[in-house]
Ligand binder design. Structure first.
Ligand code: 13P
Length: 245
């Protein structure tokens, strides 16, 4: 069983000065938990501050990456730039990018390939909207999305199941909902990657907080969480990390 991953997604929050204060506060309060890895996915502009100020053992990454290696792509950030600064992870295909920037599964797969080619582990996000769940088509929908998003992508990957209706809404999927999807995703990963699938972590994301993380991550096919709102305050992060003891 791989380590549990507690991945924080700050989204578009925290200036570099705020990131520095957060990291310094974390340094004073963080005690590593056996078998739990903590990683911060921050705005790209915050990463150099995090490199200098995060406690030892806490990794970091970005929230998006270009699908291209380098060149005339104004405003984009490449995987080699992220690798050069020491990033371990990059989130790709978050529902906010799929919705607001119209990213397709094929683009998400290219981003994940770029990440891997530069030594980063992509955290590939998938998940259904409410109407799909209400029709009972959430598993088929999410697996199809995942299949497209993993096309040509190697096994050094993390998958995050984030039902869109649970993101930032305070509505959490039940632990059983998360487990149902986690098991279905692990089956698909086993088909695609064979024995290597056993090491791939499947995270749940959507209104995870200190008081529900242990129940959700206690399920066999949920190997961690991707956390938005509750990642912004150090007290909540410590609460979630400690709840995984
Ligand atoms: P919330 O934890 O705020 O629901 O956000 C989840 C998310 O989108 C993490 O990527």
């Amino acid at each position: 069983m791989p380590n549990t991953l507690l991945a924080l997604n700050w989204k578009m929050n925290k200036t570099p000065s705020e990131a520095r204060s957060w990291a310094e506060e974390l340094k004073g309060k963080y005690a590593p938990v056996d078998g739990v890895e903590l990683a911060v996915m921050a705005p790209a502009l915050d990463l150099s501050t995090l490199v200098a100020n995060l406690p030892a053992g806490v990794s970091f990454g970005a929230q998006d990456v270009s699908e291209h290696e380098a060149g005339a792509y104004t405003g984009e950030i490449s995987a080699s730039m992220l690798g050069d600064i020491g990033a371990a992870y990059v989130v790709v295909g978050h529902s906010e990018r799929r919705d607001y920037h119209h990213e397709t599964d094929a683009q998400v797969a290219k981003k994940a390939q770029q990440a891997q080619a530069n030594g980063l582990v992509p955290i590939v996000c998938v998940g259904e909207k409410l109407d799909v769940r209400e029709k009972g088509e959430h598993v088929a929908y999410t697996l199809a999305q995942l299949k497209g998003s993993l096309s040509g992508v190697g096994a050094a990957v993390v998958v995050a199941y984030e039902p869109v209706w649970a993101i930032g809404t305070g509505k959490t999927a039940t632990a059983d909902d998360a487990e149902e999807m986690g098991a279905a995703i692990h089956d698909l990963l086993a088909e695609q990657y064979g024995d290597k699938a056993a090491d791939i972590r499947v995270l749940y994301g959507g209104s995870v907080k200190p008081d529900n993380i242990a129940l959700i991550c206690g399920k066999p096919h949920v190997n961690g969480a991707l956390v938005g709102g509750a990642s912004l305050k150090v007290a909540d992060v410590i609460g979630m990390n400690d709840a995984l003891k």
